[in-house]
Write a protein that binds this ligand. Sequence first.
Ligand SMILES: [Zn+2]
Length: 184
Amino acid sequence: MLENADSPGESRVADPMAATPEFVSGETFRYLGRGYRLRVSTGTADAKFKAAPTVRLRGPWLEVAVPRAADVRAALVGWYRARAAAYLPAALAPWTRRLGVTPRDVRITEPRARWGSCSEGSLQLNWRIIQAPRIVIDYVAAHEATHLVHPNHSRAFWSTLGARMPDYDARKARLRVLGPSLIW
Ligand SMILES: [Zn+2]
């Protein structure tokens, strides 16, 4: 589990100082550590918007087409969740393989206060982590995979993690700094 109550300072994800996006054109959103400028199109009159909202990356843009401005956040969350559902299990696989463990299942969730958790052999990963650079995502994947071996933050847990990811501390520090900007 990666949350601040459970491991002080490790991943403070709720920060009142973090800027809350307004989901308007020109704002920057992250995907796999890169920033993309949001470009919003709205318009119920146009037939193409009667279909499901569309979200796509094109060059430096994250383009969102939705019926109404109020639909942008939901469209973005849906897009990020789908990307996370494809990416995160694959990011987890090498770590579970190295540890010789198999999660009972892997679920993509949306908690505000943690990046991932492990309970009774099932792993939950916060879709928001897909905004972070790959090396940070990998840290979360390795961290949660290690919980399948040690369901705590004992010395043995950190030693098992460190044996497979020697630079985990630097990645963890990066997550701590980046974390608040990924929560919206
Ligand atoms: Zn943990």
